[in-house]
Design a binder for this molecule. Sequence first.
Ligand code: SAM
Ligand code: SF4
Length: 323
Amino acid sequence: MLDGYGREIDYLRVSVTDRCNLRCRYCMPATGVKQKSHEEILRLEEIVSLLEVAVGLGFKRVRFTGGEPLVRKNFSYLVARTASLPGIEDLALTTNGTLLAEQAAELRRAGLKRVNISLDTLDGEKFARLTRGGNLERVKEGVAAALRYKLEPVKLNVVITRGFNEDEIEAFAALTRQEPVHVRFIELMPLGQATELNGFLPATEVLARLEQSVPLEPAAVPGNGPARYYRLAGGKGTIGFIAAISQCFCARCNRLRLTADGKLRPCLESEHEVDVRGPLRAGATREELAALFRAAVAAKPARHRLGRRTPRQDARAMWQIGG
Ligand code: SAM
Ligand code: SF4
C-alpha cells in the first residue's frame, strides 16, 4: 500500500503485550506503570484476524515486539499462525533476550525467522543497574540460543547513552569479529523516561569514534530498516548505525504499528492512533477493518518531530507503543 508520500508500507510491527520483566531506566518508570487490563489487550486470535486483514492489503513483513513479547503466554502459537499466513515473507522478533534460551527452539519450529536482541551493556553490574535487576547471563544465553537455532541474522540493538555505555563501543564492535552477530548502535529517542534526551549521543559520533580505533568496511545485512552497516576486516558479523534523530530516515519509512491494546499507530512519534479493537469486537467486516488500515496508512506524516519539539510528558513510551 502506498501512503500519501508515495512510500510503500508493507511492514507491520505488532506489540503483543505492554508487560515486561525488565524496567530499563530510559524506557519504563521504576514503579507506577499502569498496565492495561487483560480485557484491553488484544487476544491472540484477534491479532491473527488483524494480520489476515493486513496481509490482504499487501503487508509482507511482520515483527513482534512489546513490552517483552516472550512474557506473553502462548506467544509461539501466534508465531505459528502468522507464519502460516500466505504472503508473509519475513517474520521477526524484538526481545530483551532474557527468556529466549528456553523459547528459541519452539519459536524456530513455529516459523520465526530472526531476532533482534536488545543489549546495552556487556557489564553485568551495569546491566542490572540499567534494567533494575536484570541478569546479563540470561541475555547472553539468549544470544547463544538465537545463533544455535539460526534465528538469523541475529541483531543486537545497543542504545548508546553518553556517560553510561559510550566506553563500550569498541567492545561491542569486537563481538562481531568472532560471532555472526550484527551490532546496531541506536540513538536514544526522547520517549518514555528519556524525554529530556540527557545522554543523547549522535550515531555519527559513535561511528567517528570507532573509525579512530579500527578500520571499517561498508557491509550489507538483510532487514527492513534504516541501519547503515560496516564490517571489521575479516569480521563474521557487522556494525550498524541507526540515527533516528540526527539523520531522520522517514523518507524511507515502510511501517505501521499495531499496539497491544489494538490501535494502529501511523508514526512512532505522533500520538495519532486509529482504533481497530473496538470495531473488531463490534463485529466489523474484513473490508471495514481494511478501511481502518488504509486510513492509518493515509495518516502517516512526512516525518517525525522527535528532537525538534518538547516531548509531551503524557506521550506513550516505547513499551506502550511497541518499539
Ligand atoms: N522488550 C523488548 C526489547 O527490549 O527488545 C522489545 C520492546 S523495547 C520497547 C524495543 C526497543 O526499544 C529496545 O531495543 C529498546 O532499547 C528500545 N527503546 C526503548 N526506549 C527507547 C528510547 N527512549 N530511545 C531509543 N530506544 C528505546
Ligand atoms: Fe522492557 Fe524492552 Fe522497555 Fe527494557 S526496553 S523496559 S526490556 S520493553
